[in-house]
Design a protein around this ligand. Structure first.
Ligand SMILES: Nc1nc2c(c(=O)[nH]1)N[C@H]1C(S)=C(S)[C@@H](COP(=O)(O)O)O[C@H]1N2
Ligand SMILES: [Mo]
Length: 252
């Protein structure tokens, strides 16, 4: 890309970013974005391409806002309160001892990790906000291991461009690009506010992606896979969100 077109891209993108902030405040961003197929430039709407590209040019390494402990929400809103299905209930009855996270795809060493395997990795915490596309949000402390630790442990291959992640709830699956997958705030989350992660908030295992809207933080994670293309997953739009009319990229 030459200098002028690059500058133009950044400037136009900044305007797009400003309007994205406004739309977030109006809690309509995801719907207004519509479909953003992640891996085919030709299908992107022009504005959506600019926004995603500019986010990645300017804020690839930016951090989601972290809050002081005093701002942790006293009554966080759990979007999901019932155990999701019978398979889940069986795991719950066994205190999640049989819960496994399969890690496969473009990795040198596919793995099947128990919760205690994950607890053996370096544990970090962050106080960040869950922002639902419907307009509500809450702040909590999330405790877990950065996803990058697992990706390093299994030897992520350089061709990998996306991490796709799946819930025990078959309708819930998402994907993120490597900028988010390797980002230090993207956590495989096992704890919340100094306790185990409650079922209502996605326990025993949730992927927290605090730089994006709440729906990217999928609960009850059982599998992650590394891939260079999202074509083979679902309808090929990158996740369940665009299949339901929401944006694949939901940066906040
Ligand atoms: N498996 C699963 N993950 C999910 C959801 C869900 O229903 N099932 N809801 C999503 C949506 S739309 C939001 S806004 C957040 C809500 O997180 P909370 O329940 O902690 O408030 O979880 C996301 N992850
Ligand atoms: Mo949501």
């Amino acid at each position: 890309m030459n200098k002028i077109s690059r500058r133009k891209l950044i400037t136009t993108g900044l305007a797009a970013t400003a309007s994205v902030a406004g739309l977030t405040a109006a809690a309509g961003i995801a719907r207004r974005y519509g479909l953003i197929p992640p891996d085919h430039g030709g299908i992107y709407g022009a504005g959506e391409t600019l926004t995603y590209a500019t986010q990645r040019l300017l804020t690839r390494h930016s951090l989601a806002r972290e809050f002081p402990r005093s701002m942790i929400s006293k009554t966080p809103f759990a979007n999901e309160t019932a155990p999701p299905n019978d398979a889940f209930k069986r795991h719950q009855a066994a205190s999640f001892t049989d819960w496994r996270l399969s890690v496969d795809g473009m990795v040198a060493q596919p793995a099947s990790l128990s919760l205690s395997d994950l607890r053996g990795l370096p544990v970090h915490s962050q106080i960040t906000e869950v922002v639902c596309e419907e307009g509500w949000s809450y702040i909590a402390e999330w405790i877990g291991t950065p996803l990058v630790n697992v990706l390093n442990a299994v030897g992520i291959l350089p061709q990998a461009r996306y991490i796709v992640y799946f819930s025990i709830q078959p309708d819930w699956w998402e994907s993120i690009d490597m900028a988010d997958a390797l980002h230090p705030q993207t956590f495989l989350t096992l704890g919340m506010n100094d306790g185990d992660l409650p079922v209502s908030f996605g326990g025993p295992l949730r992927l927290r992606v605090p730089r994006q809207l709440g729906y990217k933080s999928v609960k009850y994670i059982t599998r992650i896979t590394a891939t260079d293309s999202l074509k083979g997953f679902g309808k090929g739009l990158g996740s369940s969100a665009p299949e339901g009319g929401y944006a694949w990229y939901a940066g906040i």
